[in-house]
Write a protein that binds this ligand. Structure first.
Ligand SMILES: Cc1ncc(COP(=O)(O)O)c(C=O)c1O
Length: 382
């Protein structure tokens, strides 16, 4: 029987045992509606607000700056659309390598407002020294929307520097931190950032729950109107068990963040080294010295590059992604690889890791990839 190794944690992570236990307790024992004023409602409200406090504490925020949403996609849509509608933003500065929840939303918003794509380096990071001049080139009210870490190639942006320049020039800042909250130390107070977005399923929490941090408690007004939950920004009865799961997941993630970082980064370096030794002409795309430690994006040699490669790896028991999982199935090329001008004849695979992976799993995966390489080369005409 094929052994299966999960190397796709940037797509989603295993839900931790502690999260499942906390959610089970909430689901089975705390069934009141947090908006009800009776005993059962008050217990639910207590659990909701405890969770909000825990989430806020994990990123250096105040509880009234956290708005629970259904996911990262919703939170990104909320900030971008409401910044235009409610805050009078007329110009959004962004990059060509944002996640589709930002990229596609801005394509749509570009019918109404100006969208500017910031210059990036060959690995995708924003060239921060050019930001000020671009901001100064227009008097329009601006929002800078730049992701913290890219989900396909792991490139990091210097959000603190971006905030400093943007604020000095009167712009507000949003960062899609879906890949970094729970993995890197984030302190919103130090950053001074206006909006960040996170999603629980990227750090061993449940799917379908995320949050928006906004510096001004309800800066964006009602995104979903109704019964005024979440300070009027997102009405609808709160998914309490999921919120509890998010809270436990973010606490666990931040508690051991430095040890986990070291452990996972060692696994990543180990895999990069072994692949480079065993597969001739393989290319490590992720800049290992300056990137998110959970992501390893690899360009396969042209001799192995075909659209079936992710499937062939899956058959060998290695679960990974081709570019970004979010657009797989749609059979579209990656806009990220296109933006960094990555050669089209090389198939790019993203391996991504979590603290639950082991060195043995990485060894197994590399051996399977090597055996696929050998099989493919034996079949090639000599
Ligand atoms: C960088 C980034 N932003 C946003 C999202 C969307 O998050 P969600 O799956 O919670 O909608 C993802 C998911 O892959 C992501 O990687």
């Amino acid at each position: 029987m094929t052994k299966h190794v999960y190397l796709d944690s940037a797509a989603t992570t295993l839900v931790s045992k502690e999260v499942v236990e906390a959610m089970t307790q909430s689901l089975s024992e705390v069934y009141g509606n947090p908006s009800s004023t009776h005993h059962f409602g008050r217990i639910a409200k207590g659990q909701l607000e405890d969770s909000r406090r825990n989430v806020a504490a994990a990123i250096g925020a105040k509880p009234n700056q956290i708005c629970f949403t259904s996911c990262g996609t919703e939170s990104n849509n909320m900030v971008l659309r409401k910044s235009v509608e409610q805050l009078g933003v007329e110009r959004i500065l962004t990059t060509a390598i944002e996640h589709p929840s930002v990229y596609q939303t801005l394509k749509e918003l570009s019918q109404k407002i100006e969208v500017v794509y910031l210059p990036i380096c060959p690995k995708g990071s924003v060239l921060v020294d050019q930001l000020e001049q671009i901001l100064k080139s227009s008097p329009k009210k601006a929002l800078v929307s730049v992701m913290h870490a890219n989900n396909e190639i792991g490139t990091l942006n210097d959000i603190e520097a971006i905030c400093n320049i943007a604020h000095k020039n009167g712009a507000i800042v949003h960062s899609d931190m879906v890949q970094t909250v729970g993995h890197l130390v984030i302190d919103v107070a130090t950053l001074g950032i206006d909006f960040i977005v996170a999603s629980a399923h990227k750090f061993h929490g449940p799917k379908g729950i995320g949050f928006l941090y906004s510096k001004q408690s309800n800066a964006v007004g009602a995104y979903i109107s109704g019964g005024s939950q979440e300070r009027g920004m997102r009405s609808g009865t709160e998914g309490l068990a999921s919120i509890v799961g998010l809270s436990v997941a973010i606490q666990n993630a931040t508690r051991h963040i430095h040890e986990d970082l070291k452990y996972v980064d060692e696994l990543r370096h180990f895999m990069a080294k072994k692949l480079t030794e065993k597969i001739p002409n393989i290319e490590i795309i992720t800049p290992l010295d300056k990137s998110l430690y959970t992501v390893l994006s690899v360009g396969f040699p042209t001799t192995m590059s075909n659209d079936m490669l992710p499937f062939q790896l899956d058959m060998k028991g290695v679960a990974c992604s081709s570019g970004s999982a979010c657009s797989s199935g749609a059979n579209k090329g990656s806009h990220v690889l296109e933006a960094i001008n990555y050669p089209k004849d090389r198939k790019v695979i993203r391996f991504s890791f979590s603290k639950y992976n082991t060195k043995e799993e990485i060894e197994y995966a590399v051996n399977q990839i090597e055996s696929l390489y050998i099989e493919m080369h034996q079949k090639m005409p000599q």
